[in-house]
Design a protein around this ligand. Structure first.
Ligand SMILES: [Zn+2]
Length: 89
């Protein structure tokens, strides 16, 4: 039998539990309180402006498009971990 050492004390575990409970109240799509963004009374009250482009995601999508042209490497692309780094030079 394996015994594991507790990594977090009781207070830290309480904080993590509270954080988990808080996150469960948020919409997985927009990140707002789910009772607000799904409230039928608010259906026509939301407004959206022009989008802001995420250049890091753009770079990843461009890299994925390039990989899609390489037949062997484009298999199981859902298993690839992509990243983008900000070049500050
Ligand atoms: Zn939402």
């Amino acid at each position: 039998m394996t015994t594991r050492e507790v990594e977090w004390d009781d207070a830290e575990q309480d904080w993590m539990r509270a954080l988990s409970q808080y996150r469960a109240t948020l919409c997985p799509l927009c990140g707002r309180p789910i009772e607000v963004c799904t409230d039928p009374a608010n259906e026509m009250r939301w407004r959206s402006g022009l989008p802001t482009r995420c250049h890091a995601t753009t770079a990843v999508l461009q890299a994925q498009e390039g990989l899609g042209k390489k037949k062997k490497q484009s298999r199981h692309t859902g298993a690839l971990l992509w990243s983008a780094e900000l070049n500050t030079s």
